[in-house]
Every structure is written in structure tokens, then in C-alpha cells.
Ligand binder design. Structure first.
Ligand code: SAH
Length: 366
């Protein structure tokens, strides 16, 4: 078997790349050129990096490689949403999703293989955590989607709402955001990035001190401690009250607000009393609310409320001057919607079964 012993620089930020290249006799500006090829143009083959001298190219390609997740499957929904099943260097699978016109074009990225948070209504949570992604693997998803959709030179937003809990993989997530923001790369401003979290408090406090700050979305989902304990189990450790206090302290730029995501589960958290409690809880926070009517799936013991019920809930919030939106489910026909991302199960062994799982068949309802 061929074992590639070259150093993988997919994970290197600008400073690390400069150091690595210097150690192999190249100059600082060579690192900048390399970074541009990889991150701005999506080119990872040294031979194609024509502004580097021929000798340098061949030397670099002997020592370095730039790994990129490979596309195992690509599915396009009737609404244009496109889901990519990606294979990482160790064979693990993740998903990344392209969502067009929402109103901007959005890349939805994963931060972990699986997730440890075990939210009661989320399929990814059912997988458990397999491992963290590296910064290179998070940035690699942007490279893949950018190349596949021919969008590297277009404007897009990024949401960290794929598989995983970004604040449970803090360092890699923040490094990835810095790499994506680097002026020699795609220079995606953090204002175009939204980090969605259940509220891992120590990490949230740390995020509050970052120079490079993405928009914040909090997966609230419930208005009482007891109920949130059940729906979002990390609440038993970092409770609702503490979480909202941290949100109150969170430094926001002018005109910026925290988005509170609220998954709506029929008969569970969708009553007018829930809506009124939510209004009270968010008092004093610069907030907007995004209602997510449940994306149903086999194995998820909840139901999606009727549109009427969702609208009634939304109306109560709006009557109390909260900005509220109802998330249109995109890509439901290809199971690319929120909470529907799942790629593997440790219990599934037979290759046929495993493939069916990957394709979502085991979870298909219709
Ligand atoms: N771990 C992060 C990102 C996860 S996914 C977080 O929890 O915020 C992004 C959003 O989709 C979260 O608000 C999550 O709770 C929500 N979600 C999960 N499963 C869902 C489902 N079945 N239907 C609708 N939204 C869901």
C-alpha cells in the first residue's frame, strides 16, 4: 500500500504556512502565493501553481500535500439545495449543504463527525460524537462547495449548522474562521458567518473575547429549565438562566442581534404560554427569533406543529415587538434540512446496510 508521508498543509494558517515553507527554503511571499492558490482559487495541485518557479513547485510537491475532503455523493433538491456527502482522509463521512437564495447563498458546514449534544429531536445527535474536525477539514468544505458549484469568486454566507457543535470544537472552529477570513484567502468577513450553538458556556464566554467575531445563533428551543433539560441535555450542566445571562453580557456590534433558534414540537413547546414566556426571557437582549418547525424523521419522537399553530406562536412574539422569522425547510426531499444530517451508525456493519444509511434510506419516511 502506498503511504503518503508528505506533510499535509490543508490545516495551516498563513503564519504556520510561512514557517513551514521557510523551513524548506522558500520565502514568505511564496507562502502567500500558495495560500491564495489553495484558499482563493481552490487549486491544490502544485504543478498548476504557475507563479511559483518550476523547481520550487517540484520541491514543494515532494514535501507537502494539501488534502481536501472528497465528494462521495451529491444530491440536489427540487428547491436547489444541494447536499454533499464528503469523505475525510480517514474515511469518516460528513455532510455540507449549499442553500441558494436565503436571500444570500449559504454554505452550511459541519464542525464535527457526529455530535455529543444529543438534542432529543436531532438525527445527528443520535450518532453520538465520532471525532472533531480539524480546521483544515472545516475550511476544506468551503473549498469543495466553492469548486463544485463554481462559487469561489462569488459572495456567500457561511452557517455552522451542519453536523456537530462548533463550541465543542472551539479551537479548530475559530482557526477555520480565521483562515476563511484571511485576506490572502477568500477574505470572508466574520459578519457573513453565523455560529450556531446549544450554549456551551465556558466556550461562549471565550467567544465573547475574540477579535474575530461571527454572528451568534443560540439553539434555545425551550422556555423552562425542566423542559430544556430534556430537549437539549447540556442544559443540565449550563442552564437556561445562565445561558441567557451570558447572552445579555455578550458584546454585540451596533445593529447586531443574537438569533434565538426555537425548534417547534407539536404539543410540547408550541403553546401561546410558551410564546409569552419566550418574550419575557428575551427581555433586555438584542434578539431575533427564528422558529424552526420540526423536520420530522423516523426515530425522532416528535411531530411538526400545524402552520396555523406556528403562525399563532410567531404572532405573539411579533405583537411584543420581537423580530421573528419562520425557517422555510429547505432540502427536505433530500434530507438535507436541519437536524437531518447523519452519515453513519456504529451499529451498522453490513456494507449494503451502511450504504442505505448513508443515503438516508433507513430514516426515510415517505
Ligand atoms: N450544534 C449547533 C448546530 C446544529 S444544527 C446547534 O445546536 O445550534 C442547527 C439547528 O438545527 C439547531 O438549532 C438545531 O437544534 C436545529 N435542529 C436540529 N434538529 C432539528 C430538526 N429535526 N428539525 C428542525 N431543526 C432541527
Amino acid at each position: 500500500m502506498f503511504i503518503d508521508t508528505r506533510i499535509d498543509v490543508a490545516d495551516a494558517d498563513m503564519a504556520e504556512l510561512e514557517e513551514l515553507l521557510a523551513a524548506h527554503g522558500a520565502q514568505r511571499f511564496h507562502a502567500r502565493q500558495l495560500y491564495q492558490w489553495v484558499h482563493r482559487r481552490g487549486i491544490t495541485d502544485f504543478e498548476l501553481m504557475t507563479d511559483l518557479g518550476r523547481d520550487l513547485r517540484s520541491r514543494l510537491s515532494e514535501v507537502f500535500q494539501i488534502s481536501t475532503p472528497s465528494v462521495t455523493r451529491r444530491e440536489r433538491s427540487s428547491d436547489g439545495t444541494t447536499k454533499f456527502l464528503l469523505e475525510l482522509a480517514d474515511g469518516k463521512l460528513i455532510e455540507a449543504v449549499y442553500i441558494p437564495d436565503t436571500p444570500s447563498n449559504t454554505f452550511c458546514l459541519s464542525t464535527q463527525v457526529g455530535c455529543a449534544m444529543k438534542c432529543a429531536f436531532c438525527l445527528t445527535g443520535k450518532m453520538g460524537i465520532v471525532r472533531n474536525l480539524t480546521a483544515g477539514e472545516i475550511v476544506g468544505q468551503v473549498r469543495v462547495l466553492g469548486r463544485e458549484l463554481d462559487m469561489l469568486d462569488k459572495r456567500f454566507n457561511i452557517v455552522l449548522m451542519g453536523m456537530g457543535e462548533p463550541l465543542h470544537n472551539y479551537d479548530a472552529t475559530m482557526k477555520a474562521l480565521r483562515m476563511i477570513a484571511d485576506e490572502h484567502g477568500l477574505a470572508v468577513s466574520p459578519r457573513r458567518v453565523t455560529l450556531s450553538t446549544v450554549g456551551v458556556l465556558p466556550a461562549l464566554e471565550r467567544l465573547a473575547t475574540e477579535p474575530l467575531m461571527p454572528n451568534l445563533a443560540i439553539s434555545l428551543h425551550s422556555t423552562t429549565e425542566d423542559q430544556r433539560d430534556m430537549l437539549v441535555p447540556i442544559n443540565r450542566k449550563y442552564g437556561l438562566k445562565e445561558l441567557l445571562d451570558a447572552c445579555r453580557r455578550f458584546p454585540l456590534k451596533r445593529r447586531n442581534r443574537i438569533t434565538f433558534e426555537y425548534v417547534m414540537l407539536a404539543g410540547v413547546n408550541d403553546t401561546p404560554e410558551d410564546a409569552r414566556r419566550l418574550v419575557k426571557l428575551l427581555n433586555g437582549i438584542k434578539a431575533k427569533v427564528n422558529l424552526l418547525p420540526l423536520n420530522e424523521a423516523a426515530g425522532i419522537p416528535f411531530e411538526r406543529p400545524s402552520d396555523e399553530r406556528v403562525n399563532r406562536f410567531a404572532q405573539i412574539l411579533a405583537d411584543h415587538h420581537l423580530t421573528v422569522s419562520v425557517r422555510k425547510s429547505r432540502g427536505r426531499d433530500i434530507r438535507a434540512a436541519c437536524g437531518q444530517l447523519i452519515t453513519e451508525s456504529s451499529r451498522v456493519q453490513a456494507p449494503g446496510q451502511r450504504l442505505a444509511m448513508m443515503m438516508g434510506e433507513s430514516f426515510a419516511r415517505s
